[in-house]
Design a protein around this ligand. Structure first.
Ligand code: ACO
Length: 425
């Protein structure tokens, strides 16, 4: 279907026609691919808030309804009826595995867990214990990216090249946390699965059923979330022909920021800073004050404008699983903060609700993880989603490099020697 629009350019009226692209779900898109070549216009869209740049079959979010699906399966169903390994299979392959397919897949993942190259272990040992864990993970992933061939992590087909990297993430992340805590390297246990091995490497002992359950559900919920900042950057890096490790570095770097995956740490630290329920009004006022850089962390989302289903899942898990008084107190504070914000017109009018990071930090803490490492846990799970997007891009190797236009506001050309202008005002 053609859509006709009029643009007024130098008092002249120009008619432009855009085709409409219809997705399976979600808003139609205007195909603007001729806007620049035919009409010499760019579209202006700060933050790419209104721009679709990729076709994808992996994840769908309806922000008004609070709906999140992976390959068509609702997140609530995956959390209740699936586990992280099956969800990983679904995200990478696009369908639910048969029993033997899942067994085969899990065996491959478990096999690779032990294949951490020695130079990666050495590199970790040389990191400062004061370093930020996400920065360390970025360094290690950079090293992995630079040795994809020699470290034997490059495999014969696209899916199998993802498996070694997904497999080693629990061991890497757990050992980064051990490193900053001054503990020695812990190798994974041959009989343990992905999630249990993360907890085993972290604590040096087999986890309880509750710990496994919490970690498994946290990973399912954080595995994928369509074209957020980090996934977009993974895809943009992939579009340059860079290898998977390099693309994952782009993902880790952008997830690190407090407006994105670093919000779990920022939110937990904010709750600690608020400290008690009587301090909530002071912090709500700060969040509303446009001259104050403080934002309510774990609140607001580009897409969810009603409810974030992930926050609901984590709120329920907090209710069921928190053990220590400290975590209970922090959870009560979080609930009071949420209720105060949601009864304030500032947050209601702007449709700001708790997001995935509002409650996840308290769960991470109950597993004994320091808040500085929360984003690395997010990376561990999200590596699966990033790999799914990397795989989808391998299906279309001719996809154009991601290269947006700018809106230039700098100097016009001027003579370098005389500094005179080369143009008339
Ligand atoms: N606290 C106070 N005000 C907020 C918040 C917040 N957490 N979030 C948004 N707002 C305000 C903005 O200042 C803006 O106000 P204005 O209309 O008066 O200018 C309005 O709400 C709209 O916000 P935007 O900035 O347009 O929202 P955007 O979609 O660009 O950003 C984001 C979304 C980055 C998540 C933002 O809400 C935020 O910074 N939240 C806190 C950080 C956070 O929790 N990030 C995790 C997101 S989930 C994830 O990435 C895993």
């Amino acid at each position: 279907m053609k859509n006709t629009y009029t643009i007024i350019k130098s008092k002249q009226t120009i008619t432009v026609n855009f085709d409409t692209k219809k997705p399976r779900l979600g808003y139609d898109s205007l195909d603007m691919s001729t806007l620049r070549t035919q009409h010499k216009y760019n579209s202006w869209d700060p933050g790419l808030k209104n721009t679709a740049v990729f076709e994808s079959k992996i994840c769908y979010i309806d922000g008004d309804k609070g709906l999140l699906t992976y390959r068509g399966y609702r997140i609530e169903d995956l959390v209740e009826h699936s586990n992280f390994m099956e969800t990983t299979y679904i995200l990478l392959h696009g369908h639910k595995p048969k029993t033997n397919e899942l067994t085969d897949f899990t065996t491959k993942i478990n096999l690779h867990q032990h294949r951490i190259p020695n130079d990666i272990i050495t590199l970790l040992a040389h990191q400062s214990k004061q370093s930020d864990p996400t920065g360390i993970l970025l360094s290690l992933m950079g090293a992995i990216a630079s040795h994809m061939d020699t470290l034997n992590l490059k495999q014969t087909n696209p899916i199998s090249s993802c498996l070694p990297i997904i497999s080693i993430m629990p061991t890497l992340v757990a050992n980064i946390i051990r490193h900053i805590q001054g503990k020695s390297w812990q190798s994974p246990h041959a009989d343990l699965s992905f999630i249990d091995n993360f907890l085993y490497c972290l604590n040096g002992k087999k986890p309880s059923e509750d710990e496994t359950f919490i970690m498994d559900k946290l990973c399912i919920v954080q595995a994928e979330h369509e074209l957020n900042a980090s996934t977009h950057n993974v895809r943009a890096t992939t579009s340059t022909g860079a290898n998977l490790g390099a693309a994952l570095c782009a993902g880790i770097a952008s997830l690190w920021g407090p407006a994105h995956g670093g919000a779990n740490q920022a939110c937990y630290d904010m709750l600690l800073k608020i400290g008690s329920i009587d301090q909530i009004p002071k912090y709500i006022a700060k969040a509303k004050n446009k001259k104050d850089p403080f934002r309510l962390m774990g609140f607001g989302h580009r897409i969810y404008r009603n409810t974030d289903p992930r926050a609901k899942i984590f709120q329920k898990m907090n209710l069921n699983f928190l053990k220590h008084k400290h975590d209970h107190d922090l959870f009560s504070l979080a609930i009071a903060l949420k209720d105060t914000a949601l009864s304030d017109p500032y947050f209601v009018d702007r449709k700001l609700y708790p997001n995935t990071d509002f409650f996840s930090g308290i769960l991470f803490h109950t597993l004994g993880i320091p808040s500085s490492a929360f984003p690395t846990l997010f990376v561990m799970a999200r590596t699966v989603g990033w790999c799914a997007h990397w795989l989808e891009m391998q299906e279309n190797p001719n996809y154009p490099i991601i290269r947006p236009q700018q809106f230039y506001t700098g100097s016009k050309t001027q003579n370098f020697h005389t500094q005179t202008k080369d143009y008339k005002e």
